[in-house]
Design a binder for this molecule. Structure first.
Ligand code: PLP
Length: 420
């Protein structure tokens, strides 16, 4: 507890910038850190004098090629964030106001807001208590004549069941937008997420598995769509991609600075090395979890075959009081989260009808019903059963072993019975 007070004091101190630097020299448990030749590559961008995306041989062009190769797709379009990537992808795929797109209720609100900012209507699905992702048993009840898309979200480094997503998408002719923002490099049955949908979306924002402060990607095998997305990225100006000075599509500034592109380029070079470390450290904790009858790993390893562990996602036994357990972990300086987010419809924008100012087309009674429902499984996970151990707890082997030691101590103190 005294340790936490010290951290709180340091955060408020006048010297917090300096203290953070000293802390980072001695404490290796935090990502991000330099993974490649970041300084050299950023300097060469600065020296080139081309700091934006205007050059055809700029660092963003090289990065787009490398990222497409890394994911295993034909095209990768670099953009300013994951949220902008979702907006642009929906526009590029032809979504119009009144069209509906389904995603799980307890993801980052950025996903729903990006859909709304594209003029499209998010429709929520409850989750499965086993995988903490889409509930495929009930998803078809959400499909209406207006449903045009589905966003599977590969939460916390775990791939969604893409076979089930594709079955539904094929049956109802839906576009698939894979949200890979929390799962860069994770695989579904041996192949990287992002290559299964019409598009895959990525983010390099803070707390993402690969970060550059900000940034995002849209990947696709559709060459024409990639051309359209590069146009949408630049306020819809058709000059570069089509050789015509005209604007046809309502668009955004989705461009990214070449300085940030250089940072992503160097981080990506050694990302798999970082993942190897993260995976082997996570395995230590997962091995411990397999010996503890009160903890279970959430997910289905038959398809989610190489997670990247943005968090280790756990399901707690009913005997464990989540609130107390989380408090104990935090007191031991282990950062934890609820696994998923709160149900999005608990936020004022949705439960105080603010959405009515923005959703102007479609079946508003159906939308209201969807936003007013109880999402029981998402509630259970958030309030009682879900727990995520954040990645900074196991970025080094030493810190992963420390987590195990702390878990053992907490379970001893909890005295839940003799079977540990
Ligand atoms: C699942 C998910 N999708 C989309 C986003 C949006 O990404 P960004 O913050 O880069 O806009 C985030 C995070 O913010 C996210 O966690």
């Amino acid at each position: 507890m005294r340790y936490r007070n010290l951290i709180d004091f340091a955060k408020k101190s006048r010297f917090r910038g300096l203290l953070r630097k000293v802390w980072r020299i001695f404490n290796k448990n935090y990502y991000p850190f330099v993974l490649g030749d970041e300084l050299k590559t950023i300097k060469s961008v600065l020296d080139s004098g081309v700091w934006n995306m205007s050059s055809d041989d700029g660092i963003h062009v090289k990065l787009e090629k490398e990222f497409a190769k890394y994911i295993g797709v034909k095209n990768a379009v670099l953009v300013s964030s994951g949220g902008v990537a979702i907006q642009m992808a929906l526009r590029g795929l032809g979504f119009k106001p009144g069209d509906e797109v389904i995603h799980q209720i307890d993801t980052c609100v950025a996903c729903s807001f990006a859909i709304l900012n594209a003029g499209v209507t998010p429709i929520f699905s409850d989750i499965s208590l086993d995988t903490l992702k889409l509930d495929f048993d009930n998803i078809e009840s959400l499909i209406t004549p207006r449903t045009k898309g589905i966003i599977p979200i590969h939460m916390w480094g775990n791939s969604e069941n893409m076979e089930k997503v594709k079955q539904i998408a094929d049956k109802y002719n839906l576009k698939v937008i894979e949200d890979c923002c929390l799962s860069i490099g994770a695989t579904y049955k041996g192949e990287k997420v992002g290559r299964f949908g019409d598009v895959g979306i990525f983010s390099f924002g803070s707390t993402k598995p690969l970060t550059a402060g900000e940034g995002g990607f849209i990947v696709t095998n559709d060459d024409l769509l990639a051309k359209e997305l590069r146009t949408i990225r630049n306020w819809g100006d058709k000059t570069h991609e089509y050789g015509i000075r005209d604007q046809e599509t309502l668009s955004w500034n989705g461009r990214l600075s070449e300085v940030t592109a250089a940072l992503i380029y160097e981080q990506l070079k050694n990302y798999e090395k970082l993942l190897n470390t993260v995976r082997s450290n996570a395995k230590l904790i997962i091995d411990y979890v397999s010996t503890n009858p009160y903890l279970n790993i959430a997910d289905d390893s038959s398809y989610n075959d190489n997670p990247i562990y943005s968090q280790i996602v756990l399901k707690l036994d009913k005997k464990i009081d989540k609130k107390i357990f989380m408090e104990k972990l935090r007191n031991e300086n282990i950062s934890v989260w609820h696994a998923n987010f709160e149900a999005i419809n608990s936020l004022s924008f949705f439960n105080k009808d603010r959405w009515k100012d923005w959703i102007l087309a479609g079946d508003l009674d159906f939308v209201k019903e969807n936003y007013s429902k109880d999402y029981k499984n998402a509630y259970i996970v958030h309030a009682k059963s879900g727990l995520g151990i954040m990645r900074n707890n196991f970025i080094t082997e030493k810190s992963a072993k420390n987590v195990i030691k702390k878990l053992e101590k907490i379970f001893n103190d909890l005295d839940l019975g003799s079977n540990i």
